[in-house]
Design a protein around this ligand. Structure first.
Ligand code: F6P
Length: 650
């Protein structure tokens, strides 16, 4: 393309592998064919001609740099130049892995598992957690090549450092990504926009510690003087799934359960009035505290649910009771106040915390501390912090989140497996897969690179899962004989609630764990027709009973499921997902894909209001939506005709 930029002054730094990112002031020479200022263009930098930058659109020039241009309307600004191939899939390391994948596809896990030296290498251990990835369709060479991709092509270390240094790596929202600061030690220093955020984090933690203690001890009481023993956390997505996962995991932990005696924590997420009904059933407004959790405080579902519970409280106890019965967690304290919640009862967090990465902020820490007491939740934060340190400092070949992330990229991008099953052999982790679904799919389900270039390869994986052994009696059939789905087996050495019946050959936990140890081998080895023949299986059944094997999995073994271990598990997956995004070179921290549906729903909402209040016919929608809406509007709503407030009948 024929566009040229002139640098305003000679660059002070030169691009090189050691200095792969520079920022230069520029002004654009007039050119009729300059693309839309928001367009992504690729540029080539000449090593010798320091003063000139040629800009190309859709350039595939080898070893040239690219940038996401955001020049101002007058075509002046700064160029962000990153030395890198245009897309990661153009890197020689990626191409090399592509070739290598063809070789691996010809190998069977049965044979790979026979190589003990390989299996010894394919494990990692840190702070009590063991990762065994020997059942991945990979060998030592795969690992070397993946590490090379991470180090030399994806500049993974540099990207991790940029995250930890508070750089605005969430470029489309122009934000830092600092969930690690939420669990940083009190004396650590982590900057975002020139400000050390750790004291801010600890101020909120102290406020939560103090408030939760007052509520739990009964020194903060409801409007009628009763202790608030029940909490309903109102929030959705990241303001719900992470805290729900942690709550479910701690419910049966002996230490946490002891501190939760006599208390209940519930979560209201869905805007479905049935969820409201379920949540308030059996609760007394006099003894209930509602925590409204919303980063933006604008999410339609959460705000309607919050207004509904505000009505539920004021209906029973009067408007003045709100101050004692409702608190909020948000980054938008102005809207919290406008809603009618006392700003003193608001717990802040910051725009450098992504919603799905916010469980360690007040989003999770407040409701969980109300239920279990802050000292227990502090252990959860400690566990996450331990993994943060490991992720930052361990060499990649021993780094659990890095290895997991690289193996996911290997499975998705090179072996072509689009899904991943999360299979905790622990009922306490029953809400782990739903949390990972949001964490992973909202983070990595993207179609363009971080620079806005359409990707010619798929990113992200389809996550789903259930605790073993329930899943075994449900969807494992497909995993064993249908599609190939890489599986994460997550096991716990010591049960939270050991049970043994005299006379049984194993304890109940051993029974559970027998499956945890057996399933990965069943998937890897399978069962051949020859084996079936030797067992005298009838020939007509042999095809049905054959297991092809060669189905990859990995095993994560946790020593127990204390608050500390739950924090470790959370951080391992948070960082693993970031690693995947860093390798694919996408923005794992924005979520533009959720916007379109939201804006279409608001058009429908407007129509429903107009039709219901003034009988306006449905218009402006396609044939299908118009027909469905018309049928919907004609039916009985079950609400009184006078439009009076109606709360669910219990
Ligand atoms: O569904 C999109 C989303 O923005 C998520 O990313 C977020 O976790 C959720 O909605 C809730 O948002 P908020 O905390 O602002 O209410």
């Amino acid at each position: 393309m024929n566009v040229f930029c002139a640098l305003k002054s000679p660059p002070t730094s030169i691009l090189s592998p050691q200095n792969p990112r520079i920022s230069l002031p520029f002004s654009l020479l007039p050119s009729p064919s300059w693309p839309n200022p928001r367009d992504t263009v690729a540029i080539g930098v000449s090593w010798e001609r320091n003063y000139g930058i040629a800009a190309y659109r859709d350039s595939k020039l080898p070893f040239f740099s690219f940038f996401r241009s955001s020049p101002t309307r007058n075509h002046r600004g700064r160029l962000q130049i990153v030395m890198s191939p245009v897309l990661i899939c153009d890197a020689v390391e990626w191409q090399d892995l592509k070739k290598h994948a063809e070789e691996i596809k010809r190998t069977h896990l049965r044979d790979l598992m026979g190589d003990v030296d390989r299996c010894k290498l394919m494990t990692a251990e840190y702070d009590g957690i063991i990762l065994d990835y020997s059942r991945q369709c990979a060998d030592q060479e795969t690992l070397e090549k993946l590490l090379k991709l991470a180090e030399q092509a994806a500049h993974l270390k540099e990207k991790i450092n940029r995250m930890y240094n508070g750089e605005h790596i969430n470029s489309t929202e122009d934000r830092s990504v600092l969930h690690i600061a939420l669990r940083a030690a009190r004396d650590s220093v982590i900057h975002s926009d020139g400000r050390n955020v750790v004291p801010d984090v600890w101020n909120v933690i102290e406020k939560i510690n103090n408030f939760s203690e007052r509520v739990r001890s009964g020194s903060w009481v409801g409007a009628t003087g009763k202790t608030l023993k029940d909490v309903v956390a109102v929030g959705i997505g990241g303001s719900f799934l992470g805290p729900l996962f942690v709550h479910t995991a701690l419910q049966t932990d002996p230490e946490a359960a002891e501190f939760a005696k006599g208390r209940q924590l519930r979560f209201l997420a869905n805007v479905d009035p049935v969820d409201v009904a379920r949540n308030i059933t059996g609760l007394n407004p006099e003894t209930t505290l509602v925590v409204v959790v919303s980063k933006t405080f604008t999410t339609a579902e959460t705000m309607l649910n919050a207004r509904t519970l505000r009505e539920w409280i004021s209906d029973a106890l009067g408007q003045q009771a709100i101050a004692k019965h409702m608190v909020a967690v948000s980054t938008n304290l102005k809207l919290v106040e406008e809603f009618g919640i006392d700003p003193n009862n608001a717990f802040a967090f910051w725009d450098w915390v992504g919603g799905r990465y916010s469980v360690c902020s007040a989003v999770g820490v407040l409701p969980l501390s109300l239920q279990y007491g802050f000292p227990v939740i502090e252990k959860f934060l400690d566990g996450a912090r331990s993994i943060d340190k490991h992720f930052y400092s361990a060499s990649f070949d021993k780094n659990i989140p890095v290895l997991l992330g690289l193996l996911s990229v290997w499975n998705v991008s090179f072996l072509g497996f689009p899904a991943r099953a999360i299979l905790p052999y622990s009922q306490a982790l029953e809400k782990f897969a739903p949390h990972i679904q949001q964490l992973s799919m909202e983070s990595n389900g993207k179609g363009v690179s971080i620079d806005g270039i359409p990707l010619p390869f798929e990113t992200g994986e389809i996550d789903f899962g259930e605790p073993g052994t329930n899943g075994q009696h449900s969807f494992y059939q497909l995993i064993h004989q249908g599609r190939v789905i890489p599986c994460d087996f997550i096991g716990v050495v010591k049960s939270q609630r050991p049970v043994y019946l005299k006379g049984e050959i194993v304890s109940n936990h051993d029974e559970l764990m027998s499956n945890f140890f057996a399933q990965p081998d069943a998937l890897a080895y399978g069962k051949s027709p020859e084996q079936l023949q030797s067992e005298n299986v009838g020939s007509h059944l042999i095809p049905h009973k054959t297991f092809s094997g060669n189905r990859p999995s990995l095993s994560l073994l946790l020593p127990s499921l204390s608050a500390y271990n739950v924090g470790q598990l959370l951080a391992i997956y948070e960082h693993r997902i970031a690693v995947e995004g860093f390798i694919w070179d996408i923005n794992s921290f924005d979520q533009w894909g959720v916007e379109l549906g939201k804006s279409l729903a608001s058009q429908v909402r407007k129509q429903l209001n107009l039709s219901r209040t003034s009988g306006k016919p449905v218009e402006g929608f396609n044939f299908s939506t118009t027909s469905l809406l018309s049928i919907y509007l004609q039916a009985d709503t079950g609400l009184p005709p006078d439009n009076s407030t109606t709360l669910p009948k219990l």
